[in-house]
Design a protein around this ligand. Structure first.
Ligand code: ADP
Ligand code: ASP
Ligand code: MG
Length: 243
């Protein structure tokens, strides 16, 4: 049975209605006999809010403590999503970065993934569970929680897809694919059906946050096929990002 990794960004999981909407995409893949690993971001603007709250206390907070704080956003989403799937009659289990574990270097706030141990995930998949992993976070050699840089849940998803040799990595977001410019601010922007890793990397370096630049580098290195899709469409096709 093939593995599919699906990632849902903050706006796609912002409230309970949206969490149940996301369940439809997960269940569609699960019912088509795929093993499904889901990666989620913090709900809505939670990460921004947590950073604001820390800065209200101290303008120059410890970066270790910032990682400890902002990683909590994703933990809220994984548990809520598992509760939603359970309520719909599906077995799901949520895992934080350290429970997987996703090992990173020790660069606070902008860590890189060094290794992912896939045993726990494979074990849960074999028990027919949907596995939900917290995006954006890992653990360093000192057992401290790290985060991968803003927008880093995309990188968690592609990292897992590479480690699990997944068939593809679907990045669900609030636009229906990758455009030549930000479609929210450019009415004449056009959508790509396909785009190469190199072209995508250029767009990301020019500020297109639709995909985290680190995830594109990882995808190119391990040849992970990415589909950028809208979580708000029923059967989205989106943009293929690949070789
Ligand atoms: P998520 O919360 O799902 O990770 P992001 O906000 O990180 O979503 O990325 C999606 C946003 O990226 C879109 O709402 C869009 O405004 C913006 N964006 C910027 N440049 C582009 C582009 N070239 N193509 C598509 N979206 C883009
Ligand atoms: N929640 C994190 C952020 O807002 C990671 C992500 O959304 O990808 O940057
Ligand atoms: Mg993002």
């Amino acid at each position: 049975m093939g593995i599919i990794v699906q990632k849902f960004g903050g706006s796609s999981v912002a409230d309970n209605t949206k969490l149940f909407n996301v369940c439809k995409h997960i269940i569609r893949e699960y019912n088509s006999k795929k093993q499904v690993v889901v990666v989620v971001s913090a709900q809505g603007k939670t990460t921004d809010q947590l950073i604001r709250e820390a800065l209200e206390i101290d303008k120059n907070p410890s970066q270790r403590e910032i990682d400890m704080l902002i990683s909590t956003g994703e933990q809220v989403t994984i548990s809520k999503l598992a509760i939603c799937l359970n309520k719909l009659g599906y077995q799901a289990i949520s895992l934080t970065g350290w429970q997987v574990p996703i090992k990173t270097n020790d660069v606070a706030n902008n860590a890189d993934i060094e290794h992912i141990n896939i045993n726990r995930i494979l074990n849960e998949l074999e028990q027919n569970k949907i596995v939900i992993v917290a995006g954006f976070q890992g653990i360093n050699k000192y057992n401290d929680i790290t985060t991968l840089g803003r927008g880093g849940s995309d990188t968690t998803a592609v990292g897992l897809a590479a480690a699990l040799k997944a068939e593809r990595c679907d990045i669900y977001t609030d636009v229906d694919g990758v455009y030549n410019r930000d479609p929210r601010t450019n009415k004449n922007a056009y959508k790509f059906e396909n785009i190469s890793y190199d072209e995508m990397l250029k767009l990301a370096n020019d500020g297109a946050q639709v995909l985290h630049y680190k995830c594109i580098e990882l995808a190119a290195r391990f040849n992970v096929p990415i589909y950028v899709k809208s979580s708000f469409e029923k059967n989205p096709i989106g943009t293929f990002v690949g070789k």
